[in-house]
Design a binder for this molecule. Structure first.
Ligand code: ATP
Length: 240
């Protein structure tokens, strides 16, 4: 069997803030065209993991490989240029800017107007509501619409790897379904996604591999269906 084509590889990644390590020896691969999910309780390092990949938090040791090239020592804008788009928790939109302006912020590194237009057409095809509301201020959008702008802005960056930090956070169940429907369509398009989520049941049918993060370490990795059958793991690490 040929080796799978690995878009993103984390190898022994250790990182933290002022104090002790928050991430301790994280290793995982994201194959091209796949969705890989990191699940775990809040406060155990999921957001820190994505921040470390995008360079916002410095790795203390270990490696981050994007398309085989080491990036962990690069500045965040250079990691973004290498193809990593990070959609942060809580959207972090510019509230006084329109939907369109927020989307365009995602493409700030791209100089070619034709490329930007093509990306915008793709985003509008995926998220038609953003086309309808393109002149509306981000501050006046619903929570679900804001989340869609966040995802759209990530796509506007044109990176090979999309990282989504808890896209379901704070949304009503019906809206969560809509957001995961969008991610399902991204999967059909063959996008490569590293997803962080608290609740594995929400994404079990959507992703190709799951890693369980507990207290900064990966304690289990495998196919999502297998995790959903492991009641003792769910009870021990995710409270049932
Ligand atoms: N900017 C920061 N400065 C110092 N410590 C931080 C900072 N951000 C997070 N931490 C700490 O790092 C640990 C992991 O937090 P992190 O946000 O990565 O967890 P999480 O699993 O994503 O949870 P949540 O979904 O609630 O954000 C926590 O103990 C948190 O207090």
């Amino acid at each position: 069997m040929p080796e799978p084509d690995i878009a993103l590889s984390l190898q022994g990644l250790t990182a933290g803030y002022e104090g002790p390590d928050v991430l301790r020896g994280i290793s995982l691969d994201v194959p091209r065209g796949r969705i890989v999910t990191v699940v775990g309780p809040n406060g155990h390092g999921k957001s820190t993991l994505l921040r470390t990949v995008s360079g916002l938090v410095r790795a203390r040791s270990g490696r981050v490989l994007v398309g085989g090239a080491e990036v962990q020592a690069l500045a965040p804008h250079r990691i973004a240029a290498a193809g990593v788009a990070h959609v942060p928790q809580g959207d972090l939109l510019f509230p006084e800017m329109t939907v369109h302006e927020n989307l365009m912020m995602g493409a700030y590194r791209e100089a070619d107007a034709g490329v930007i237009e093509a990306r915008l057409a793709e985003v509008h095809a995926l998220l038609p509501r953003l086309r309808e509301r393109h002149r509306q201020l981000a501050a006046s959008l619903s929570g679900g619409e804001r989340r869609m702008v966040g995802i759209g802005r990530g796509l506007m960056a044109g990176g090979a790897i999309l990282m989504l930090d808890e896209p379901s956070l704070g949304l009503a169940p019906l809206v969560i379904e809509q957001i995961y429907e969008v991610i399902g369509r991204l999967r059909e398009q063959g996008r490569t996604i590293l997803l962080v989520e608290e609740n594995p049941a929400r994404v079990a049918e959507l992703c190709d591999a799951m890693h369980l993060l507990d207290n900064g370490e990966i304690v289990w990795s495998g196919p999502p269906a297998e995790l959903m059958d492991r009641d003792e793991l769910l009870a021990t690490y995710l409270g049932g």
